[in-house]
Design a protein around this ligand. Structure first.
Ligand code: BDR
Ligand code: CA
Length: 310
């Protein structure tokens, strides 16, 4: 099993990412830490616990930072709703968060581990950046960072910036400049990782509680995409599970090594990932930049994982 540590802000697609990670049976999920992003820290933490309770995953969940490093928090309630996970009626979580903070938990887990651990962030990078600054000696224990964020050719919160990077650009810059190998699933690939109504019906037809929840999450999530992204032909961009799917089967994706940095102070482009796709700068690549996906295989992978859940 691949040892991983997940940092997320559930969030509809984060919730499906957690189900794929746990349901695949391929990962040793050391912990889940929560970032403030799609909703406030209080809500993303509760949502992470609701999902682990639903899928009966005995994974410790730790509370992360309440705000970006230097900025006020921006949330995506227009996409994810008032609770951050609107749509299905989920019972209050039976599981409780751990006593350590997200960053303390990351440090303890990496210190104790005899093997390197992959970090999987699918929200703003505040916790990961704080951890890298506070514990530089533990960088060597990180195998890779497989993240959802950014994009080379488009943005979704400004014309050029993607939400997770835009919420905390300083944190993203720290992560991209850290020297740790990064796999970046940005909007270039995630806007091809689409879920359509017929896929949603397949999840509903599985007949278990998790399949029903995935279907109801995607019903809600699709409302935004159909209204705001008609060019996706009724599909909703299922972003976050890409960062887990790439770890399971990179052959499902097209990618290439690129040098990537983050624009922190641009007047038009703050929070943009600047991807040197054509290697103009001749700098050593720091990122495996993912830009295409076999969509059918992706949905099938998630389907199989959800089928095995409660
Ligand atoms: C990212 O922003 C969030 O709304 C999603 O969960 C995803 O991580 C997409 O831009
Ligand atoms: Ca997310």
């Amino acid at each position: 099993k691949i040892p991983i540590l997940i940092d997320c802000d559930p969030g509809h697609d984060d919730a499906v990412m957690l189900m794929l990670a746990f349901g695949s049976g391929l990962f040793d999920i050391k912990a889940i830490t929560t970032s403030a992003g799609n909703q406030t820290q209080e809500k993303t933490l509760r949502n992470a616990l609701k999902i682990t309770s639903l899928i009966r995953a005995d994974i410790p969940v730790y509370k992360g930072s309440e705000k970006p490093l230097f900025r006020e928090l921006i949330i995506a309630d227009n996409v994810h709703g008032e609770m951050g996970l609107d749509g299905p009626i989920l019972p209050e979580p039976v599981l409780k968060p751990g006593l350590l903070s997200a960053v303390e938990a990351m440090a303890a887990i990496l210190t104790e581990s005899t093997e390197k651990i992959t970090l999987v962030p699918t929200g703003p990078l505040t916790n990961i950046a704080t951890f890298l600054l506070a514990y530089p000696q533990l960088k060597a224990k990180i195998e890779r960072i497989s993240l959802m964020g950014g994009g080379a050719f488009r943005g979704n919160i400004t014309p050029t910036a993607e939400f997770n990077i835009y919420v905390d650009p300083e944190a993203a810059a720290i992560v991209f400049r850290s020297g740790v190998p990064i796999t970046m699933c940005g909007l270039d690939v995630t806007h091809k990782a689409l879920v359509f109504q017929e896929d949603i019906e397949l999840f509903r037809a599985i007949g278990n509680k998790s399949g029903q929840v995935v279907a109801e999450l995607m019903d809600f999530f699709s409302i935004y995409y159909r209204r705001e992204r008609p060019e996706l032909d009724g599909g909703a961009a299922l972003h976050d599970p890409c960062s887990i799917a790439w770890l399971i089967d990179p052959s499902m994706f097209m990618s290439k090594p690129c040098y990537v940095d983050v624009e922190v102070n641009g007047t038009l482009t703050a929070g943009t990932t600047v991807v040197d796709f054509f290697d103009v700068l001749k700098k050593t690549p720091n990122v495996e930049f993912v830009y295409d996906i076999d969509r059918k295989k992706y949905i099938q992978l998630i389907y199989e994982a959800v089928k095995g859940l409660p």
